[in-house]
Design a binder for this molecule. Structure first.
Ligand code: DGL
Length: 275
């Protein structure tokens, strides 16, 4: 066997760097779950901007500013890739993030649309997201290249229920009945959960949409894209990798709900204060 040269040493140092993942709060943990399941050797660092949540109703330039601040702090932590696990941030900031960092930046919008395009039989696809995501036109743009017809609906209020840990109450159900009415009326056979918080409401959304509608979350497809991007800097099997968590909001709430939504990987949660 050839002795490891400087190039392979550099690649293995690179491989040990974590993947940075962020969201406005807890929703991005649905993407992190898919990443950890598909890539069990990758160390990760997750930032939940719960102190400035929600992003959905904010103007795009403000969300973009937040995303770049988080990108900077993750870049300072030496991440080898940035995963924007928030549709609102991806819709507002993906080009700016890609321009600013040398590491690959992966979003959630295109992977979600791709997954829906392969799931639909009729070509009639619904997409639900925050007010900011739907207004940005990011989904409409991503769908243009594929042969699908999109019916979009904003779902203000959903994410607040998730951040409060309420995913199945009667109140969420009543809200879902009202907000999902346009996509139900459009007779879609596939529904993109265009907000990373929504997979946590999947049972309620599925109940309202009915059994014939396929729910598509971008989490798995995003994880596949991350795997493809990693190439030779993919992490190697060196025992359990580290998973670091940071929140700009309440640490105890993040730990409690994070453990419920992600699982046992949520260990120590660091507190981050924006100055
Ligand atoms: N999870 C975020 C998304 O995918 C947004 C929630 C919010 O902050 O409004 O859009």
């Amino acid at each position: 066997m050839e002795p490891a040269g400087p190039a392979s040493h550099a690649a293995s140092v690179e491989a040990r760097r974590p993947i940075g993942v962020f969201d406005s709060g807890l929703g991005g943990l649905t993407v992190l779950r898919a990443l950890i399941d598909l890539l069990p050797h990758e160390p990760t660092v997750y930032f939940g901007d719960t102190g400035r949540f929600p992003y959905g109703p904010k103007p795009a330039d403000e969300v973009c500013k937040h995303a770049l601040e988080i990108g900077d702090l993750l870049a300072d932590r030496g991440v080898k890739m940035l995963v924007v696990a928030c549709n609102s941030a991806a819709s507002a900031a993906l080009p700016a993030l890609r321009e600013r960092y040398e590491v690959p930046v992966v979003g959630v919008v295109e992977p979600g649309v791709r997954a829906a395009a392969s799931a639909t039989r009729t070509g009639r696809v619904g997409v639900i997201g925050t007010v900011g995501t739907i207004a940005s036109g990011a989904y409409q743009q991503a769908a243009r290249e594929l042969d699908i017809e999109l019916e979009c609906a904003a779902c203000p209020g959903f994410v607040e229920f998730v951040e409060a840990g309420d995913t199945e109450s009667d109140q969420v159900h009543v809200l879902a009945e009202r907000l999902l009415a346009p996509v139900r009326a459009a007779d879609v056979d596939t529904l993109i959960l265009g907000c990373t918080h929504y997979p946590l409401l999947a049972r309620t959304i599925a109940d309202v949409m009915g059994r014939d509608v396929v729910l598509v979350s971008s989490a798995d497809e995003t994880a596949f894209e991350v795997r493809a991007e990693l190439g030779d800097v993919a992490g190697v099997d060196e025992g359990a990798p580290t998973h670091e968590f940071l929140t700009s909001g309440d640490v105890a709430t993040f730990r409690r709900l994070g453990t419920r939504f992600l699982g046992p990987e949520v260990g120590t949660v660091g507190e981050w204060r924006w100055s």
